[in-house]
Write a protein that binds this ligand. Structure first.
Ligand code: MLT
Length: 329
């Protein structure tokens, strides 16, 4: 006959092993994976790799790898983490899509409020409007007049509905009141290849990956999306969208780290501690700065501040997306 005490002792053993694994976290033989829901080589990938390096350093050299699970505007990777073991070894690194996909997708297979633990935000990234090198326009005035003269023929690349590039491109089209053909990719890295090759006309992307292409004269840059100009030598002469006459136009992207819901508190604390060391790491700060991004150093580095900010962003973007009537499903 089974011992009536077995279930209790079994539960105790489970509890002990959960505590022990949280205590030993991160185990030396177990790699931490940042799931990155966009293609390798894009701005989110770059930010994730910079953070992985700085957090690894903060965790005594513990191995952190990137898994590019791209597709469906970033929802494939996010869903993978929402459904992963809550043990601190599979984390999601993503951007503003965490706040926009819940409205862009009416049937998102995860819930951003309930299915994740929030670890902290790390950076804010400006975007800028770039064009293929063969585009006849050389500044915003010429660009807007070229767009108006070619209505119905212009296409604009992005990383799928709800991605940062899509959001920025959508705002640009609604502000100048011209519809363009949207060309979605699994990330802006493959889109950039096609823009450089002249297969697409325009794209809005984060300055962290546009700057090297502008420097190399591979693409033309027209304007930045922030309310003030950027100090980067190649972008300082670019007007803001507002200076170019696009009233109230302002888009800034933020990047953050998430764990599956139920990840033990001691594990979350170790991850948050490492993230807070990483955002003060001079090498991490220098890399973000070189790409025009700002490292976040405020209450949003903490789980509660991070979650409150993201939920406020969900509420901010929902009416904008609904009024545009653009959905991903
Ligand atoms: C975006 O547009 O959402 C990003 O650039 C995605 C990416 O990192 O490729």
């Amino acid at each position: 006959m089974r011992s009536p005490f077995l279930p209790v002792s079994f539960a105790c053993a489970l509890l002990l092993s959960a505590n022990a694994s949280a205590q030993d976290y991160p185990a030396s033989n177990k790699t931490i994976t940042f799931v990155l829901p966009y293609a390798a080589g894009g701005p989110t990938d770059k930010a994730a790799r910079d953070l992985a390096q700085a957090m690894s350093k903060a965790m005594g050299g513990h191995s952190i790898v990137i898994d590019n699970s791209a597709g469906a505007s970033g929802s494939i990777g996010a869903n993978k983490v929402a459904k992963a073991s809550a043990d601190g070894y599979t984390l999601l690194f993503t951007h503003i899509a965490q706040a926009t996909l819940p409205t862009f997708f009416r049937n998102l297979p995860y819930n951003v409020e309930r299915d994740f633990e929030y670890i902290g935000l790390v950076s804010e990234n400006p975007m800028n409007l770039i064009g293929r090198p063969s585009l006849p326009a050389n500044n915003m005035v010429e660009l807007v007049s070229w767009i108006n003269a070619n209505k119905g023929k212009i296409n604009i690349a992005n990383a799928g509905p709800g991605s940062a590039s899509h959001l920025c491109g959508m705002l640009f089209q609604s502000t100048i009141k011209v519809d363009m053909t949207s060309v979605p990719y699994k990330g802006t890295a493959p889109a950039m290849t096609d823009l450089i090759g002249g297969q697409v006309d325009l794209m809005c992307d984060q300055s962290t990956t546009t700057i090297p292409q502008i420097e190399g004269k591979k693409v033309k840059s027209f304007a930045v999306t922030t309310p003030t100009r950027l100090s980067s030598p190649v972008l300082k002469d670019n007007p803001t969208m507002q200076e170019a006459g696009l009233k109230d136009f302002s888009v800034t992207i933020w990047q953050g780290l998430y764990a599956p819901k139920g990840t033990p508190a001691p594990v979350l604390k170790k991850l948050n501690d490492a993230l807070k060391v990483a955002v003060k790491d001079p090498d991490f700060i220098r890399k973000q700065d070189a790409g025009g991004a700002s490292v976040i150093n405020d209450a949003r580095n903490d789980p509660a501040g991070h979650k409150a900010f993201v939920l406020a962003e969900v509420a901010k973007w929902a009416p904008v997306i609904k009024s545009a009537g653009v959905y991903a499903d």
